[in-house]
Design a protein around this ligand. Structure first.
Ligand code: TRP
Ligand code: ZN
Length: 864
C-alpha cells in the first residue's frame, strides 16, 4: 500500500493555515508519580478567527480526568475526544480552560513527552511531544507565557526544574515539596521542559557584555559532577563568542543544563533548561576522546545559540525547521572553527555532506531543506535539514560577506524577535539589509537533490587563454522530477607557477557558463570550489599528476585535501579495473612520505591528508556500490602504505607522541597525527605489537587508548581481543565508556561478529530501552561494518530487521533512524537488492508498525 493510499495522515506545507485560536498564558501543575502523574493545565485562550466556533486541541495517550471552561464543568456531550484530538464548541472570544489529565511516565519508553528513566523525570517536547502531556495547541506558531508548578516527594526528587526563573519553593502540608517556575518569554509548547530528580550540581556564573550576571547550573548523574566542567567552560566560551561575533546576549537570569542517559537525540534547547544526552556533557581525560570533547563543545554551542535562532525567533510550522536548525548548525560550525583548526573543521563538515547528505538525496527519503510533505515530523530531523541547511546559510554568507550577513541577521531580529516565522522571512531580511536580489537563491529551499557541477578545460597557446566550461545539472530525486539550475557561489583560484592570485567567487546562475583566464600558462590549474563553497558534486577533468600538484601546492588547505580525495577515487577505480597486483603510484607514496617527514604547521590537517578515505566516502560516488571491492581496496591501500613507509611512519609517530593528556588544540592535533601513523603501523602485526601494547598500557587518556583498539580492530591484529577484555573489565561500570566497547565489538569486520551481536544484547549493561546502548551496538553494526552488514547470505539484513521490529514497539523514533541503511536498497547489486527488499517487506507487514517506520519503509518500497 502506498503512502498516500494508506489511511495514515500526511501533512503538507501548502495546507498551512494560521491558528483559529491562540494561547495567552499556560499554567501547568504536575503532581509527579511514576504511573499516575496528574497534569492540571489552566490555559487562557483567545479567538483569532472570528468565524471559528470549534476549538481543536492536540492530545495523545492521555487519560482525561476533567474539563472546565471558565470554571464550569464541560459535560460529555459538549466535547469530543478521539485518538489524537479534543474538540470543543466555544462561544466566548476569551476563555479559561482547565484540563486535568493523567499520564504514566514509567511506561513511556518512546522518551517523548514526560518520561521516567534512571530515577528521574524528564520531558522531550520537540517536535510534537507536548501533546503527550496535556491537550494543547501543540504547534510552534502558538506562543504563550508558561508558569509551571511541580509537586513531588522532596527526598526522592530534591531538584524540581522547569523553564525560566524559580519564583517559589515550599513544603506542602502533606510533606511534599512544591516549586513554581515562571518563564517570562512567550514560547511554543515544544520548548517546554520539566526535570525532576537527584543530581550532582556544578554552578558558575557569566557576566554578559552589558554587565548582567547569569547563573549557570549543570545537573548531572550523581557522582559525575567533576565530569561536567569542560561542558561548563564550553558554555562560557559560547556565550562570549555569540556576543562578539553576532552581538547576541543571553536574556534570562539563569541557564540550566541537565544531562541524562536516556535521550533520543543529542540535546534539546528548551528555554533556560537545556536537556542533553549525557554523552555530550560528561568528559574527563580518562573517559573522553578528543572527538568527544570536540562534540561536547559544538553541541553545547549549538543549544546555546538556539536561544536566539530558534527560541527568540522560532518556526511558523515544522516545514520551516531549517530556519532554526540550518542557521544554528552554521553558527555552531563557525564557533568550532573559531575555537580550533578552520581547515580540519571544514573537512569534517564536508564529509558529513558528502557521505550522509548526498546519500539521503539519492535515497527514497530525498527532500528539500524545507520539506513539502511529512507524515512523521521526527523523520525530518535530517542531515538535509540540518547540514545542507547550514550549507545554504554558508552560501549566503559567502555571497554577502561577513558584514552583509551580520546586517541581515540584525534586521532579522529587529523584525521578528518574539515571532514564529518562515525561511522566506529570513531570506527576505538578508535581501533587504543588503539590497541583494535573492530570488534565484531561494530555489535552494525548494529543490532537493545534489547538483553535479562538471568542469572542462581548453587552453589556447596562441592567445594564452584558459577557458573553463562549467555545467550544472541536478538529477531527478525520489520526491521531485523537475530541477532548475541553482545559484552556485564558486570560490576558485588559479594555481600558477608564476603568479599568485587571491581567491575569487564566481556566481554561477545558468546551466552552462564559462570562466576565462587571460595570460594563463599551459600548466596553470584552476582550483574550483575552495572551502566547498557550494554543496555540489564536482566532476573535473584533472589528470592524476595534476591532482597531486594541487594537493601539494594549493594555498587553500581544504582544496589540497579535496584534490587528494579525488585522487583516491581514481585509484579505487584503477584498483577495481586492474589486476590483483595493483600498486599505488610511487608519486603518491612519495608525497605521503614528504608529509610524514615534514608535516605542515596544522598537524591535524596533515593527519587528514594522510588518510585513505573510508568506506562511506568511497561509496558515495557510485550509483551502484561495489561493497566488497571498496573494502578490499581500502585494506590493500592501507597495507601498501604501511609497507612502503614503515620507517617514516614510525619516526613521525615517535616525534609526535605526547604524554600530555589534556584536550588542547596542540595536543589533540599531535594525537591525531600520531594515531594516524599508528593505524598504518598496526597492519604490520609483529613489528607493531610492542608499540601498540605500550601505547595502550601507558596511555594517559582515552584518545590514545581507544586509538589502539581501533587500530587493532581494523587491521585484525591479535591484540584486539585481549585488550578488549581488559577494557571491558576496567569500564564495566561506566556506560558511556562501555558504549565505545559495544561499538568496537559490533563493527569488527569478521563473520564472528554475528555471534558477538547476540552476546552484546545479553550484556548486563545493554538495555533495549536506552537509545545510547541500542545505537552503540546497532548503528555501529549497520553503518560501520559494511562487509558484515551486507553479507551475501542476508544474515546482516535479517539481524537488523528483527531488531527494528522489536525496537519499533519500544521507541519508534530510534527505530526509524536505524532503518536508514536499508532504504537505499537500489544502490546494491541484484542479490543484495532482493534480500533488502524482502527485509523491507517484512517490516511493512508488521500490523502495528509505527508511522515513523512506515513512512520510510513505504517510500523505500515504492522506489522500485
Ligand atoms: N532541536 C534539537 C536540536 O537540534 C534536536 C531535537 C529535535 C531533539 N527533536 C528532538 C532532541 C527529540 C531530542 C529529542 O538541538
Ligand atoms: Zn538544533
Amino acid at each position: 500500500m502506498s503512502l498516500e493510499a494508506s489511511n495514515r495522515q500526511v501533512k503538507r506545507l501548502t495546507d498551512y493555515t494560521s491558528p483559529d485560536f491562540t494561547i495567552l498564558t499556560t499554567k501547568l501543575t504536575f503532581e509527579l508519580d511514576t504511573h499516575q502523574t496528574r497534569v492540571t493545565a489552566l490555559t487562557r485562550f483567545k479567538r483569532l478567527n472570528p468565524a471559528a466556533t470549534e476549538l481543536v486541541l492536540d492530545g495523545q495517550q492521555l487519560n482525561l480526568i476533567s474539563l472546565h471552561c471558565n470554571g464550569q464543568r464541560v459535560t460529555e456531550q459538549d466535547f469530543k475526544v478521539s485518538d489524537d484530538k479534543l474538540r470543543l464548541q466555544v462561544a466566548e472570544d476569551e476563555f479559561l480552560l482547565q484540563i486535568v489529565t493523567e499520564i504514566s511516565p514509567q511506561d513511556n519508553t518512546a522518551l517523548e513527552g514526560l518520561y521516567f528513566a534512571n530515577g528521574s523525570y524528564c520531558t522531550q517536547c520537540e517536535a510534537e511531544g507536548f501533546r503527550r502531556i496535556t491537550y494543547y495547541l501543540d504547534r510552534p506558531d502558538v506562543l504563550a507565557v508558561f508558569t509551571t508548578t511541580i509537586i513531588a516527594d522532596a527526598e526522592q526528587l530534591p531538584y524540581l526544574l522547569a523553564n525560566g526563573n524559580q519564583i517559589e519553593s515550599f513544603i506542602n502540608s502533606d510533606g511534599k515539596r512544591q516549586v513554581i517556575w515562571h518563564d517570562p518569554f512567550p514560547k511554543p509548547s515544544y520548548l517546554f521542559a520539566l526535570v525532576a530528580g537527584d543530581f550532582d550540581q556544578l554552578s558558575d556564573s557569566f557576566t554578559t557584555v552589558s554587565g548582567k550576571s547569569v547563573s549557570l547550573v549543570f545537573y548531572v548523574e550523581k557522582g559525575n559532577g567533576h565530569r561536567a566542567s569542560f561542558a561548563l567552560e564550553s558554555l562560557k566560551r559560547a556565550m562570549r563568542w555569540d556576543e562578539q561575533r553576532f552581538g547576541l546576549e543571553y536574556d534570562l537570569d539563569i541557564y540550566m543544563v541537565v544531562a541524562v542517559d536516556f535521550f533520543n537525540m543529542g540535546a534539546m534547547e528548551n528555554k533556560g533548561l537545556n536537556v542533553f544526552n549525557s554523552k555530550y556533557v560528561l568528559a574527563n581525560d580518562e573517559t573522553a576522546t578528543d572527538t568527544d570533547y570536540f562534540n561536547i563543545e559544538s553541541i553545547i554551542g549549538h543549544e546555546y545559540f538556539h536561544n536566539w535562532t530558534g527560541n527568540r525567533v522560532t518556526c511558523r510550522d515544522w516545514f520551516q525547521l531549517s530556519l532554526k536548525e540550518g542557521l544554528t548548525v552554521f553558527r555552531d560550525q563557525e564557533f568550532s572553527r573559531d575555537m580550533g583548526s578552520p581547515t580540519v573543521n571544514r573537512i569534517q563538515a564536508v564529509q558529513v555532506i558528502r557521505t550522509a547528505q548526498f546519500a539521503e538525496d539519492a535515497s527514497p527519503m530525498a527532500h528539500p531543506i524545507r520539506p513539502e510533505k511529512v507524515m512523521e515530523m521526527n523523520n525530518f530531523y535530517t542531515v538535509t535539514v540540518y547540514d545542507k541547511g547550514a550549507e545554504v546559510i554558508r552560501m549566503l554568507h559567502t555571497m554577502l560577506g561577513e558584514d552583509g550577513f551580520q546586517a541581515g541577521m540584525r534586521l532579522y531580529f529587529q523584525r521578528h524577535d518574539g515571532q514564529a516565522v518562515t525561511c522566506d522571512d529570513f531570506v527576505q531580511a538578508m535581501q533587504d539589509a543588503t539590497e541583494t536580489d535573492l530570488s534565484h537563491f531561494r530555489c535552494w529551499y525548494q529543490q532537493s537533490g545534489t547538483p553535479e557541477l562538471s568542469m572542462t578545460r581548453a587552453y589556447d597557446a596562441s592567445t594564452r587563454q584558459l577557458r573553463v566550461t562549467l555545467q550544472q545539472q541536478t538529477a531527478a530525486t525520489a520526491d521531485q522530477a523537475k530541477k532548475v539550475p541553482l545559484l552556485l557561489p564558486i570560490r576558485y583560484q588559479l594555481l600558477s607557477k608564476k603568479r599568485t592570485q587571491a581567491s575569487s567567487v564566481f556566481m554561477m546562475t545558468q546551466a552552462r557558463q564559462e570562466l576565462l583566464f587571460d595570460q594563463a600558462d599551459a600548466d596553470d590549474l584552476p582550483v574550483l570550489l575552495e572551502d566547498f563553497s557550494a554543496p555540489v558534486k564536482l566532476r573535473h577533468d584533472y589528470h592524476q599528476d595534476e591532482l597531486l600538484r594541487i594537493a601539494r601546492e594549493a594555498s587553500n588547505g581544504f582544496a589540497r585535501w579535496d584534490a587528494l580525495q579525488a585522487y583516491w577515487q581514481l585509484q579505487l577505480r584503477l584498483y577495481i579495473a586492474g589486476p590483483d597486483s595493483f600498486t599505488l603510484p610511487a608519486a603518491l607514496l612519495d608525497l605521503l612520505g614528504e608529509w610524514l617527514q615534514q608535516p605542515s604547521d596544522d598537524l591535524a590537517l596533515t593527519a587528514e591528508l594522510l588518510k585513505v578515505p573510508d568506506y562511506a566516502s568511497f561509496s558515495e560516488t557510485f550509483a551502484q556500490i561495489p561493497v566488497d571491492d571498496i573494502l578490499t581496496a581500502i585494506s590493500s591501500f592501507k597495507q601498501q602504505i604501511s609497507a612502503a613507509l614503515y620507517t617514516k611512519l614510525l619516526t613521525c609517530y615517535q616525534q609526535h607522541h605526547t604524554d600530555a593528556s589534556s584536550y588542547t588544540e596542540v595536543n589533540a592535533s599531535k594525537r591525531a597525527l600520531k594515531n594516524q601513523c599508528l593505524q598504518y603501523l598496526s597492519w604490520h602485526h609483529e613489528a607493531s605489537r610492542a608499540l601498540l601494547e605500550a601505547q595502550y598500557h601507558s596511555a594517559v587518556g582515552m584518545t590514545d587508548r581507544l586509538a589502539v583498539l581501533k587500530c587493532t580492530q581494523q587491521s585484525l591484529h591479535p591484540l584486539f581481543e585481549p585488550l578488549m577484555q581488559q577494557f571491558e573489565q576496567q569500564w564495566q561500570h561506566d556506560v558511556l565508556v562501555l558504549d565505545k566497547w559495544f561499538s568496537l565489538k559490533a563493527s569488527l569486520p569478521t563473520k564472528a561478529v554475528l555471534d558477538t551481536m547476540e552476546t552484546l544484547v545479553q550484556h548486563p549493561r545493554f538495555s533495549w530501552q536506552n537509545p545510547n546502548r541500542v545505537r552503540a551496538v546497532f548503528h555501529a553494526f549497520a553503518m560501520q561494518n559494511a562487509g558484515q552488514f551486507h553479507r551475501m547470505d542476508g544474515a546482516g539484513y535479517q539481524l537488523l530487521t528483527e531488531t527494528l521490529i522489536k525496537l519499533d514497539g519500544i521507541n519508534a523514533q530510534v527505530a526509524a533512524r536505524l532503518v536508514t541503511p536499508l532504504l537505499s536498497w537500489r544502490r546494491y547489486e541484484p542479490r543484495r537488492q532482493s534480500l533488502i527488499k524482502h527485509a523491507l517487506q517484512m517490516l511493512a507487514e508488521q500490523p502495528s508498525i509505527s508511522d515513523d517506520l512506515y513512512e520510510k519503509v513505504s517510500k523505500a518500497l515504492e522506489s522500485g
